[in-house]
Design a protein around this ligand. Sequence first.
Ligand SMILES: Cc1ncc(COP(=O)(O)O)c(C=O)c1O
Length: 399
Amino acid sequence: MQIPEHVEAKIRALAEDGKTLNCYIYDTKPMRNKIKNLQAMMPEGVEIFYAMKANPHAAFLQAAYEAGVEGIEIASLGEAKKAVAAGFTPNRLIYTGPGKSKEELTWCVEHGIRTVHIESLTEAHRLHHICEAYDKKQDILLRINADFDIHDAQTTFSGGSKKFGVDEEKLDEVLPQILNLEYLNFRGLHVYAASGVLNVDDLLKNCELVFQLTQKIEANYSHVHCDIIDFGGGFGVDYLETGYDFNPQAWAKGLEKLIHEYQLEGRHFELELGRYLAADSGFFCTEILDIKESRGKKQVICAGGINHFRRPAALGINHPMSIVWMQRDRLHPYQEQVRSEQVYFGGPLCTGADKLANDVYIEAADIGDIAVFGLAGAYGLSMSNQAFLSHEVPEEIVL
Ligand SMILES: Cc1ncc(COP(=O)(O)O)c(C=O)c1O
């Protein structure tokens, strides 16, 4: 991985400061450019929301705001409050995720958020009771667990038994009941297939399926119009550095064709993107504290582990990485070093699960050097086990 020059300069300046280095470095320029490029290439009707679960740091919300996203996809009241603090009015928030509490839904109704994405019949009733009490109608989308699955995605959200949405087969049982809830204003469907998808055709297959579902529903329920169709997130990034990245232009072209084929011009098509927008705007930088040879393999121990960067262990993949050489004085003559070999990187936690990378080929690394993990702007610190072992939380530095 090539570390951008200005990021490396910052790392060196911090490392030379004397304090053990363990931080995130953010530069949201790539995110701002991606939003602008997507807006320029998407067909008429596509609205881009930032899925702030990818990175809830104020700098990312500010980047999304200034680059002009339609709004924010939230999944908790905490996220709602952060989005509002960043300048997004509640009517620019869309709320997804299973298990929304009474307090969370009450906030939504009180503040008039754009849409609540209903994940079950019970949730529809819970929201309806609150709306009734406030005598306020709420726009909703119905999330569907489609009978469709992208096998090579990093995480799937539909197909099989899932906690997300209402099973497609149960639609005829559930939808009429939801349509009968007078305080809920049905606006359309939400079908999110998978996260971390690099294959454009797989994601387009999901779009086509949603269009077919839309047509089926509108044919069966003559008074229903799916004005909004939400595809969730899912655009992937090239963690494995294969050189094969997601091609948003091809996706946009494919979607345009499908909209035309299914005669769905004039509808709203929502995208809730997290990883694709945020990943390359962040680096996790952690100092190498120890290097040990253990039965034929070097164990490289860093200042931060899964408490600060959990994603590689959680997903079982290596992130792109690089070493910033600091050329520190040796502490003793027998000090181990890494030279042109495949090694293991872990953190300081007392669990074998504390893995940052495994079998990664490193040209040279010494104690005191800085291991830098790329594509760490999405699902980095906020997805980590920060409280485990009570280490100091890494600073998040914005360039
Ligand atoms: C409902 C919903 N929308 C959007 C996203 C963002 O997905 P991604 O980061 O793959 O774009 C997620 C991620 O889990 C999600 O659960």
